[in-house]
Design a protein around this ligand. Structure first.
Ligand SMILES: Nc1ncnc2c1ncn2[C@@H]1O[C@H](COP(=O)(O)OP(=O)(O)OP(=O)(O)O)[C@@H](O)[C@H]1O
Ligand SMILES: [Mg+2]
Length: 332
């Protein structure tokens, strides 16, 4: 596999307008070769739009980009030969077998005969699909289908791989298998991988560098560790009981902690030391006659980075918030 040294992807001041909608509003970033780069953002942030421009499926309103050292606007065909793309929806033919799908992808890339079948067999093996190669894709599990999608993107041995939400809709086990696969591709195959995700955990786990995008703009960038280390102290999350007054609760928490935000019946705040702050916060809430359902103390997570930069929480992440080191304290 060809390995691009130095910079694998460079996006410079990308703007994309669709009529009234500004999907990208001056987005710039650089992806070092051989790394996994995460583009993290909520629905409509502009992630797929960025991928479409970088993979030559769309042109920017203004701005420039190079992929594998090639200008995407000047030489789109050369860029296409250097990259693999796995789109947000699957590109497979569900009425064909996994093997047939891979062979078709090989033929589309101009591979014939033994070269094509050897590459297909190699990919089936690599993605643990050899046993399922002769089954129709419609009978595959979600995880198997997604692995086949990624395998199809790799048929022509690209140096840069784009994955648009590789694990959305997968169950936890299939997701962790895909994570292992992506990490393996990056280290053993020396691929540069740009992936988009809604999952903070996924970006934290996989990305060497990431950018957080919101409404077409870059709001933060760095390694997951760098982004988390911007946040000093612990996050305290208070879930209010159904009949509690949110306004009184906010006032009470504001007296004891900083960076207080409210989402529905959930109050988030930051304190220097979670363990010692919780009793004080609870005492203050009790003084204000606010009933509390639960309190959680957590080490800084990417969720907090997102909240800090956008003023909003990352709702998709809360559904799968394991691994943030949180500790639930039930309150009677
Ligand atoms: N072809 C299009 N025509 C008009 N508007 C579009 C088009 N494609 C995207 N948009 C708009 O551009 C914005 C960014 O869309 P994009 O698909 O890039 O977001 P995303 O970050 O990939 O979101 P998701 O997480 O939901 O996949 C959205 O407001 C979207 O509605
Ligand atoms: Mg998208």
């Amino acid at each position: 596999m060809t390995h691009v040294r130095g910079t694998a992807i460079e996006a410079v001041a990308l703007v994309k307008r669709y009529g009234e909608v500004t999907a990208l509003d001056g987005l710039s970033f650089t992806v070092p070769a051989g790394t996994v780069f995460g583009l993290l953002g909520p629905n409509g942030a502009g992630k797929s739009t960025t991928i479409k421009i970088l993979t030559t499926l769309s042109t920017p309103t203004s701005g420039a980009a190079t992929v594998a050292g090639i200008d995407v606007l000047a030489h789109p065909n050369a860029v296409r030969r250097a990259i693999g793309v796995v789109t947000q929806g699957s590109g497979t033919d569900r009425q064909a077998t996994g093997r047939e799908n891979l062979l078709l992808a090989a033929h589309i890339h101009g591979m014939r005969g033994r070269a094509a079948t050897a590459r297909v067999d190699e990919l089936l093996e690599l993605f643990d699909l050899t046993g399922a190669a002769k089954r129709l894709v419609k009978a595959y599990s979600g995880g198997m289908q997604r692995k086949l999608d990624v395998a199809m993107g790799l048929v022509h041995r690209p140096s840069v791989l784009f994955l648009d939400e590789p694990t959305t809709g997968l169950d936890p086990q299939a997701r962790s298998e895909m994570w292992a696969e992506i990490a393996r591709l990056a280290t053993q195959e020396r691929l540069t991988i740009l992936l988009t995700t809604h999952y903070l955990e996924e970006a934290d786990h996989l990305a060497d560098h990431l950018v957080i995008v919101d409404r077409g703009r870059l709001v933060a960038q760095g390694s997951p560790e760098e982004l988390k280390s911007e946040l000093r102290g612990d996050a305290v999350v208070v879930e209010l009981a159904p009949d509690a007054s949110v306004d009184s609760a906010r006032t009470a928490v504001e007296a004891m902690a900083r960076e207080v935000t409210v989402t529905g019946r959930t109050i988030r705040a930051r304190v220097d030391n979670g363990a010692s702050a919780v009793p004080a916060v609870l005492a203050e809430l009790e003084r204000a006659a606010v009933a509390v359902a639960a309190v959680t103390v957590a080490r800084p997570a990417l969720d907090d980075v997102y909240l800090r930069h956008t003023g909003r929480t990352f709702a998709a992440a809360s559904a799968s918030a394991s691994g943030s080191g949180s500790e639930e304290v039930a309150v009677a």
